[in-house]
Design a protein. Structure first.
Length: 98
């Protein structure tokens, strides 16, 4: 018969392995705080409609996650690729002239 772990026993085993694996490591050096700093800025100019928008990417405490603001107004918190994909999808599509 196989031993069945309880949830508490499994968590205790995980904690023990984690502590043993990280016992001899030196502490990580503190990284530069990026939260609240303007890291990237993208300007989107639609030459057909004449609209122009600025996307400001502010750093957050999460890695590779930005607080995106459009024309100074909060938009969403997401990654670089997701924000650009949403901009691409929001562009008006025009058909070809026949």
């Amino acid at each position: 018969m196989r031993h069945r772990w309880t949830r508490e026993q499994a968590r205790a085993a995980i904690r023990a392995r984690w502590t043993g694996a990280h016992a001899g490591l030196s502490p990580r050096p503190p990284s530069t705080p990026l939260a609240g700093r303007l890291l990237r800025q993208v300007t989107v100019a639609d030459l057909l409609t004449g609209e122009r928008h600025t996307l400001d990417y502010y750093g957050t405490t999460r890695l590779n996650c930005y607080d995106v603001r459009v024309d100074g107004a909060p938009w969403l918190v997401c990654g670089w690729s997701q924000a650009l994909a949403l901009v691409r999808k929001s562009c008006v599509r025009f058909g070809r002239e026949k």
